[in-house]
Design a protein around this ligand. Structure first.
Ligand code: KIV
Length: 269
């Protein structure tokens, strides 16, 4: 008799620091989560779904209802990975109570283990409020896509001492506030390496450094769902755009030539 698999929780992620690299991916749908779940330590239902699934040019239009719908699909279709859900823009920045109400709604309606929110020292009081009230929080510093209007676009952060100090201050305030891990996005490699070594919680890099405690990428990017979109920090492991185009092209031509369906696809009784 096979034992039921036990879902990883935030303590498994936290305790991996210094022992084993943490491998993570985003997933937004049931079909993808079912596969990714077999391999990764955690799945992030990222607000990148706004771009990956809904065709938005940024993440700002993503709603709490979208995150709940996709988050619960991912939870239902996975059994091993820890599931973390991004809080969308405008759902947590206003006040500690707004952040609590919406985070609690996300966890209660999806069954996920934790939420992620963007922001550094300015969010520390909110993170402390949440973690003291039963909401596990993953932080997100460095490039913060929800702030691209104030940051002047999506740009990797350069290897300057003042940038390092600011990110370190942000990351340490999140750690002190009770975050169990942080995502560090698009920074110079030396910054990624130094931040990871200064924190006692795991630092999950995306365009950061191989020295980070773990790595995360957007699933659509590693699968090459849009082959001409491949930022420097992404590795395309397969070009699904070509595979899908080829299959669709073949299907359409078989339908037009009456080669599909064949007898084996028909019911005879
Ligand atoms: O929204 C997202 O997918 C993310 C990851 C890229 C870290 O925040």
């Amino acid at each position: 008799m096979s034992m039921p698999s036990i879902r990883k929780n935030i303590f498994v992620i936290k305790n991996s620091k210094g022992k084993q690299k943490i491998a993570a991916l985003t997933a937004y749908t049931s079909s993808v989560a079912r596969i990714v779940d077999r391999y990764v330590d955690f799945i992030l239902v990222g607000d990148s779904l706004g771009m990956a699934l809904y065709g938005f040019s940024d993440t700002l239009s993503v709603t709490l209802d979208m995150m709940i719908a996709h988050g619960s699909a991912v939870v239902r279709s996975s059994k091993s990975a820890c599931i973390i859900i991004d809080m969308p823009f405008g759902s947590y920045q206003e006040s500690e109570s707004q952040a609590f109400m919406n985070s609690a709604k996300v966890l209660a309606n999806t069954g996920a283990q934790a939420i992620k929110l963007e922001g550094g020292s300015e969010m520390a009081k909110t993170v402390s409020f949440l973690t003291k009230r039963g909401i596990p929080v993953m932080g997100h510093v460095g490039l913060m896509p929800q702030q691209f209007n104030t940051a002047g676009g999506f740009k990797a952060l350069k290897s300057e001492e003042y940038i390092f100090k600011k990110i370190l201050d942000d990351a340490l305030s999140l750690e002190d506030a009770g975050a169990f891990a942080i995502v560090l996005e698009c920074v110079a490699e030396s910054i990624g390496e130094r931040i990871s070594s200064k924190l006692s919680i795991p630092v999950i890099g995306i365009g950061a450094s191989p020295s980070c405690d773990g790595q995360i990428l957007v699933i659509n990017d590693i699968l090459g769902m849009q082959k001409d979109f491949s930022p420097k920090f992404v590795k395309q492991y397969i070009c699904m755009e070509d595979h899908i185009a080829k299959a669709v092209e073949q299907y359409v031509s078989e339908v037009r030539e009456s080669a599909f369906p064949g007898k084996e696809h028909c019911f005879f009784s």
